[in-house]
Design a protein around this ligand. Sequence first.
Ligand code: DGL
Length: 266
Amino acid sequence: MKNKPIGIFDSGVGGLTVVKQIFKRLPDEEIVYLGDTARVPYGTKSPETIKRFAVENADFLMRFKVKLIVVACNTVSSTSLDILREKFSIPIVGVIKPGAEKAVQITRNNKVGVIGTYATVRSKAYEKEIKHFSKDVEVASKACPLFVPLVEEGWLKEEITFSIVKKYLKPLMAKKIDTLILGCTHYPLLKSVISKAAGKEVKIVDSASSVADEVHNILMSFGALRKSAKTPRHRFFATDAVEHFARVGEKFLGAKISKAKRANYV
Ligand code: DGL
């Protein structure tokens, strides 16, 4: 089990922000990453469709005998963890719980904001998870459907991006939140503009590093951390437009993606 890879998937390139943290925290591990670029975005789709995609993606990763799967997508984590855990016997790590826990730890006024896709906000997954950690925390959520295309287009610091971010955040700021969860794995790329629009008082929670910690803890508890003198070999797959995936993905990962391949099951 030890030397098997970790499987990670997202609807596209967003999950690479989680991979970046996993590389930092677990530099000896090998990963197999899958971006379902043929069917992105997931955030506007129904829970039934997202569940079906999630199971197909996990099935693909199982071909590589992965020892654990990270669902590096809030949209899938908020709708499909139950079905994935039912169908697959390896540990399945989502991104909601680590972000919710971190927000509860750092809020001072017990007012937390969550931004994400329509599907994530509609699921109320963050509200449920936050209530699990503390009954006193009030949660205000806002779907920000324009953020994913802005990020994919690479408009990370444009004036227009700032105006859009400000407009989406307005109702959350009116609720006097002091902590804001980036509830979509695309959003860390907009962190500086989101932070500027929210103001210095608001702490931004990006769950990627907490997810990497959780993966580390689970593997350690199973005695499944990789131990090999060989340099890890990472594999990247996309279900469509592989070159575009690799080019945009490098911005998310902050590193080169060489030899990305097409996953042919879609
Ligand atoms: N990266 C996905 C998430 O974390 C959002 C992108 C999509 O809508 O597919 O929710």
